[in-house]
Ligand binder design. Structure first.
Ligand code: FMN
Length: 197
C-alpha cells in the first residue's frame, strides 16, 4: 500500500509554508482530527511527550504577541490559529498508561539524576511529533506556518509557569493565501543528503 501521487503532493510536493491567511475560520473538529491522526506516529517507548496549546482567541494571541520576533508578529496575529508545540519533560508520569506492558518504564526516566537524558528524550520525541503535526495538519486540509522566531522563555513563563511543559516551536494554522507564499527554495539532492552503504 502507498499513498496516491495526489496525496503525496498534498502533504509534501505542493505543500508550502504559509505567511498569509484567508479569512476562513478553522473549526475545532479539524484540530481534533489533526491530533487524532498525529498521535499514532511513533515515539521512543510510546512516550508521546508533545503537548499542544491551540491559541484561537484574540486574548490568547495577545498573550503570545510580546514573545514573537518582529518578522513573525503580524502573520501570527492574523492566523486563525497558532499552535504552541511544546513537550512535557515529565512525560514519564503517563507511561503506566502508555506503556502498560512494562510497569517499570516510568523509573527509566524519573529522578533528578536522570534529568538531562530524560529532557533529551522529551525534546527529541516532542520534535518529531512536531513534524508529524505538520504532516497531519496538511492531511486534514490545513496549511501551516511553523516558526522558531520567538522567545521560548517568555512563552514558557506566560503559558506554562509552574508546569513541566516547555515550548518547542510555534505553528500558525489556517487556509493559506497562495499570493503570500515565498518562492520555493531547492532541497539537498539524494546524493547530497544520503549515503548508501
Ligand atoms: C522549526 C521551523 C522554524 C521556522 N521558523 C521560522 C520563523 O521564525 N519565521 C519564518 O518566517 N519562517 C520560519 N520557518 C519557515 C521555513 O523557513 C520554511 O518552512 C522553509 O523555508 C521551507 O519553506 P516551504 O515549505 O515553503 O518550501 C520555520 C520552519 C520550521 C520548520
Amino acid at each position: 500500500m502507498a499513498l496516491s501521487r495526489e496525496d503525496m503532493d498534498l502533504i509534501f510536493r505542493n505543500a508550502r509554508t504559509h505567511n498569509g491567511w484567508q479569512h476562513k475560520p478553522v473549526n475545532e473538529e479539524s484540530l481534533r482530527e489533526l491530533y487524532d491522526l498525529m498521535k499514532w506516529a511513533p515515539t521512543t517507548m510510546n512516550t508521546n511527550p508533545a503537548r499542544i496549546l491551540f491559541l484561537r482567541s484574540r486574548e490568547a494571541k495577545e498573550r503570545l504577541k510580546p514573545a514573537l520576533s518582529p518578522g513573525n508578529a503580524d502573520k501570527t496575529m492574523a492566523a486563525p490559529v497558532t499552535a504552541i508545540i511544546a513537550y512535557d519533560v515529565e512525560f514519564y508520569e503517563f507511561l503506566p498508561k502508555l506503556f502498560p506492558h512494562n510497569q517499570n518504564a516510568r523509573d527509566i526516566f524519573a529522578g533528578a539524576e536522570k534529568k538531562a537524558p530524560t529532557e533529551k528524550v522529551a525534546f527529541r520525541n516532542g520534535s518529531i511529533q512536531g513534524g508529524y503535526f505538520i504532516l497531519a495538519a496538511r492531511s486534514v486540509g490545513l496549511d501551516c506556518g511553523p516558526m522558531s522566531g520567538f522567545d521560548n522563555a517568555k512563552v514558557d513563563a506566560e503559558f506554562f509557569a509552574g508546569t513541566s511543559v516547555k515550548s518547542n516551536f510555534l505553528c500558525n494554522l489556517g487556509y493559506g493565501d497562495p499570493a503570500k507564499v515565498m518562492p520555493r527554495n531547492p532541497r539537498p539532492t539524494f546524493d547530497e543528503a544520503c549515503k548508501l552503504l
